[in-house]
Design a protein around this ligand. Structure first.
Ligand code: OFO
Length: 170
């Protein structure tokens, strides 16, 4: 694998770990608000991000590329509302989609067909990631000013288990 592409893959590992860190921070925020269903949903999301990082790490090992783990940035620790937190999560997922698209473009430019094919999974995954977070954003908008609706949504989101939507079935 070309040096520039190796570096970009390593950077993406850091982005995935940072995603996990942001969502772990959101878990704390939701727990502080006693929104345990939201917290459980975000916990599953944080775990999923770790699987994304692990998938990239395993791939670099397979390709004989040195994995360089960099420092992870400090995430925000509070948000104005559950809606603000999920809007931030959605914005972050769009940013990650952009990162993946750029990584894919670099793989193509580097004529690394294997890396391009490997990244197809992430491209498809990002469509799901954006959609699932946006769905919660839209539900939260509908629930605005209706505590009962927020309570129901909290209960519904609490149904998501850590295993849901992970890489295990791919
Ligand atoms: Fe949320 O998909 Fe990885 O970062």
């Amino acid at each position: 694998m070309k040096a520039e592409l190796q570096k970009a893959f390593n950077t993406q590992i850091n982005e995935e770990l940072f995603s996990a860190y942001i969502y772990a921070s959101m878990v704390n925020y939701f727990e502080e608000q006693s929104l345990t269903g939201f917290a459980a949903w975000m916990q599953a999301q944080a775990v999923e991000e770790l699987t994304h990082a692990q998938k990239l790490i395993a791939y670099l090992h397979e390709r004989g590329v040195k994995v360089e783990l960099e420092a992870i940035g400090k995430p925000e620790s509070t948000w104005d509302s559950p809606l603000a937190a999920f809007e931030a999560a959605y914005k972050h997922e769009c940013y990650i989609s952009d990162c993946i698209n750029k990584l894919y473009a670099l793989a193509v430019e580097s004529a690394d067909a294997a890396a391009s094919i490997f990244l197809n999974w992430f491209i498809t995954e990002q469509v799901e990631e954006e959609a699932s977070v946006d769905q919660v954003v839209q539900n939260l908008k509908l629930a605005q000013g209706a505590p009962g609706a927020l309570f129901m949504l909290n209960r519904e989101l609490g149904q998501r288990s850590p295993e849901f939507n992970t890489d295990s079935d791919h």
